[in-house]
Design a protein around this ligand. Structure first.
Ligand code: FE
Length: 342
């Protein structure tokens, strides 16, 4: 009888020690993305694979700090950002491992890929100029650099320099034109502000609609979101402006773009599942969901933008090595501080 009890105890102990296979059928996502479409993507993936997606949402700096502190015990499998600079930073800090996706170059445009192999782009977006239909004629617009011209005095709306989208734009200008030109540009922009920087990209468009300024620098998909909004205020804001892609002439570099991308965490405990999710997010199905719900551009050149976005026409993108947006970030921040771009 005693022997039987001992066997039973051993058996229970053995069960407890064996990994429950269900426990590992999950994936932990540290994500900076903040769009409705993401929930749909993860739900579709869960239904397709039975792998549960746990999302921890915070800003990129918080997520980087968290991964750093968790070290080898970090539960993070994937790190998703809306700015390639933060992926570059995470890779430089040793928080990511190289990620191999078979035939990636067949699904993703080459200039959007990481030359070092640490991250995979899932969408891209351009930081564009939008202008008041009432107070600006399109012939007045040309380049980002031109916005520093006196003719825009008191007319420019843009959010704070603490925002990653602006830091990436400034990094691209530093990478393309150098520190001196970038500093002069920033000074000119600050002189032309319609008001002190505040609010989100969407708020800048609303401010144009309210007559507080004439041109704004914003991410392209926010215009799609405004134009498809059920809120009248947002819809009217979207209708009050037009989209302009800067730096398009043949001798120009093209409009600044940034990618939303994903990196594989250094100590990913569910690596196989993580790679499955990355593959899913760059699949045709998921890419179509992105373009039609968040109005971002697909990384797959064969997938057309949403009808709303197509109306703006095609544009030439700046094909700068995207890792430079991370490399020059500190320089960009220094220029913002020096020139008083709050
Ligand atoms: Fe955004």
């Amino acid at each position: 009888m005693k022997k039987k009890a001992l066997f039973l105890a051993l058996f229970i102990l053995l069960l407890a020690c064996t990994d429950n296979p269900k426990k590992n059928n999950e994936i932990n996502l540290y994500s900076q993305r903040h769009y409705e479409v993401d929930k749909m993507q993860y739900r579709n993936f869960e239904e397709l694979t039975g792998i549960k997606v746990n999302v921890i949402k915070a800003n990129a700096d918080e997520l980087i700090e968290r991964m750093k502190n968790e070290g080898e015990n970090s539960p993070a499998d994937l790190f998703i950002t809306v700015d390639v600079g933060k992926l570059f930073q995470a890779s430089e800090m040793g928080l990511l491992q190289k990620i191999t996706i078979p035939s990636l170059s067949e699904k993703v445009s080459k200039d959007l890929m990481d030359k070092n192999g640490f991250w995979v782009p899932i969408t891209y977006r351009s930081r564009i100029i939008v202008y008041s239909n009432k107070r600006v004629d399109v012939s007045e617009l040309s380049t980002y650099e031109d916005l520093a011209n006196e003719k825009w005095k008191g007319r420019i709306l843009v959010r704070s320099s603490s925002n990653a989208y602006n830091q990436a734009l400034m990094s691209s200008i530093v990478a393309n034109l150098g520190t001196e030109v970038s500093t002069n540009w920033s000074e000119g922009i600050v002189k032309n502000f319609a008001r002190d920087p505040k609010g989100s990209d969407r708020d800048q468009v609303k401010a144009i609609a309210a007559g507080q300024g004439d041109v704004a620098i914003v991410n392209s998909y926010y215009i799609g979101l405004l134009l498809s909004s059920e809120k009248e205020e947002e819809l009217n804001a979207g209708k009050s402006i037009s989209v302009f892609f800067p730096n398009q002439s043949p001798d120009e570099r093209g409009s600044h773009i940034n990618v939303s991308g994903v990196g594989l965490a250094k100590n990913s405990p569910n690596k196989e599942n993580a790679i499955k999710l990355v593959n899913y997010l760059i699949s045709e199905e998921a890419q179509k969901n992105y373009v039609s719900n968040s109005f971002e551009y697909s990384v797959n050149p064969n997938i057309k933008p949403d009808a709303i976005v197509q109306k703006w026409g095609e544009f030439k993108r700046d094909t700068l090595d995207l890792n430079l947006l991370g490399k020059y970030r500190q320089e960009a921040i220094r220029i913002f501080d020096k020139t008083g771009w709050k």
